[in-house]
Design a binder for this molecule. Sequence first.
Ligand SMILES: Nc1nc2c(c(=O)[nH]1)N[C@H]1C(S)=C(S)[C@@H](COP(=O)(O)O)O[C@H]1N2
Ligand SMILES: [Mo]
Length: 384
Amino acid sequence: MKLRLPLRLPPPPFPAFSGRLHDARTATAVGRVLGAAVAVCFVTGLVSHVLQHPPAALADGLPSRPAWGYRLSQGLHVASGTAAVPLLLVKLWTVYPRLFARPLLRSVRHALERLSVAVLVASALFELFSGLFNTAQWYPWPFSFVPVHYAAGWLLAGSLLLHVAVKAPEIAAHWRRRSPGTLSLPAGDATDRRSLLLATGAAAGAVTLTTAGQSLTPLKGLDLLAPRHPDHGEEGLPVNRTAARAGVTAESVRDWKLYVGGPRPYEMTLDDLRAMPQTEVTLPIACVEGWSKAARWTGVRVRDLLDRAGAPEGALIRVTSLERHGAYRVMVMPHTYARDPLTLLALRLDGRELPPDHGYPARIIAPNRPGVLQTKWVSRMEAL
Ligand SMILES: Nc1nc2c(c(=O)[nH]1)N[C@H]1C(S)=C(S)[C@@H](COP(=O)(O)O)O[C@H]1N2
Ligand SMILES: [Mo]
């Protein structure tokens, strides 16, 4: 049998869709808010990726200021991604009747356009839900989150740009309520649409307001749905990986010494470190999963420790934790951070000795860096 285009299929057993909740005006009205949320999410995601995994060419130029930069950017990343979840679901509901449009494939061009929409929908669902699961530290998949979430982000951005370009005439025709394509609406349909859009806005606003408090402390009273509350944890600061889970015990820190490597390497005990000039800074831990909290840290400036070892100004610094295994055992710090006067090897948190879960005997705290790079239980620092 020869296949002929357009395909002639039997009439679908599906319901007919009437009313205007599934029309181009509704799709445009939801789509432009969703598009804005995805754009914010994409840009802040790039910022996060560059700060966490700097490409060699950029590593030396990464700024250590503003100190709250990563906190703001990652807060926006998680908030815009969260807001996008209800927006995406409503958008998909608005356009799903098109799945039943016949003929299935009108032309090669039409087939390509449908394929690009399939990629768009798949990558959007994947990005939003993998991100959401990551905020809950739930990884129900066999691959590692960061590289796959990053790659799919580009797929989403590309297929979204293509979609906007293909739909540009329709988007323009339905951009405003009184656009030419929208004028002939029966009054009742317009009310339905307004209700849908209001409910969608309320849902997106509600999930954002009840989770943004995990990083935006003035809203922490409303933080009902976020997996983390900024005040819950040892010393009122959340903990991602406890000392117990990292295998750091009282035994393993008993004879602790810090090794500092450079042209004049040396070792220091905790008492030696306490005898050095101490600096106090207020800096946030801003976790890539979206929670963040500022705290008061006291300790020795990293640059003082490096100078003592004769480390060159521009050297890349490798910091190693006592922890035996774990993705964050070794961290590399460009000189812009290592030389910043706010960057400490912290010994105290809010005026008290560091609790084991926050990195006793010593941990790194640096401005404008993701939480994953604020290494706890530090045992070595070396100029590379
Ligand atoms: N050695 C080590 N340091 C680490 C981690 C880790 O798993 N191992 N987790 C990091 C992560 S993901 C975050 S968000 C911060 C959290 O710091 P806190 O537990 O003191 O709040 O520590 C970072 N430092
Ligand atoms: Mo983190």
